[in-house]
Ligand binder design. Structure first.
Ligand code: ZN
Length: 211
């Protein structure tokens, strides 16, 4: 299995290809390629991304079948089932890079900010469970000058939410925390720009381990 930093390079290079409209022909998903895959998967990275239809991880990182272990949920939030999925992949496949992939103009962030500014009574309990996980990282922003500039508010809120999810993965699981300390696991936060196609890995905290 490749190291976290090697995997990060692969993703950066893949995103550069995507932005330049160059596709790696090995990444094209075909049935013939699917039948040539090994029996077990060896994903180079685990991606916790938003469900937004415009941000499919395999495409924006120009990766193919078997390359990424992807968890998608509105607002790239971290609930127990997301942590469990990451634990499963790091333990089962040895993958050492986890990317929380948020994006500009995220609808879940919009919905949370709107709910904080104008609470509604009839929001479904299930949708509320997503809003409630985004809320702690963004509500403080409404007490700053950002509250007067909705676009800037959303921009900062998207990043705050990505940082919060990355930190929850870093510290919300003993399994992950131990692997970060002792075995080269790296959890990074990144934002995909719908406007440019560029993924900005803005929250990369280097490991101090020997991994
Ligand atoms: Zn989104």
């Amino acid at each position: 299995m490749i190291s976290a930093l090697q995997a990060l390079d692969e993703l950066r290079n893949g995103n550069r290809r995507f932005v330049s409209d160059i596709r790696n022909s090995n990444a094209l998903p075909t049935h013939a390629r699917s039948t040539s895959l090994p029996i077990g998967q060896e994903p180079l990275a685990i991606i916790l991304g938003c469900s937004d239809a415009r941000v499919p991880a395999e495409i924006v990182f120009d990766q193919g079948l078997g390359d990424l272990f992807v968890i998608r949920v509105a607002g790239n939030i971290v609930a127990p089932s997301q942590i469990g999925s990451v634990e499963f992949a790091v333990e089962r496949f040895g993958t050492r890079l986890v990317v929380v992939l948020g994006h500009s103009q995220c609808g879940a962030i919009h919905a949370t900010l709107e709910e904080l500014q104008r609470p509604t009574e009839n929001q479904s309990r299930n949708l509320r469970s997503i809003v409630n996980r985004v809320r702690p990282s963004v509500e403080g922003l409404l007490e700053t000058e950002l509250k007067n500039d909705f676009d800037a508010l959303v921009h900062h809120a998207v990043r705050a939410n990505i940082r919060a999810s990355a930190n929850q993965l870093r510290h919300g699981s003993e399994i992950l925390e131990t692997l970060i300390e002792k075995d080269g696991l790296l959890v990074v936060g990144a934002e995909y720009s719908l406007e440019t196609g560029v993924v900005d890995f803005f929250d990369v905290q280097p490991t101090t381990s020997n991994g």
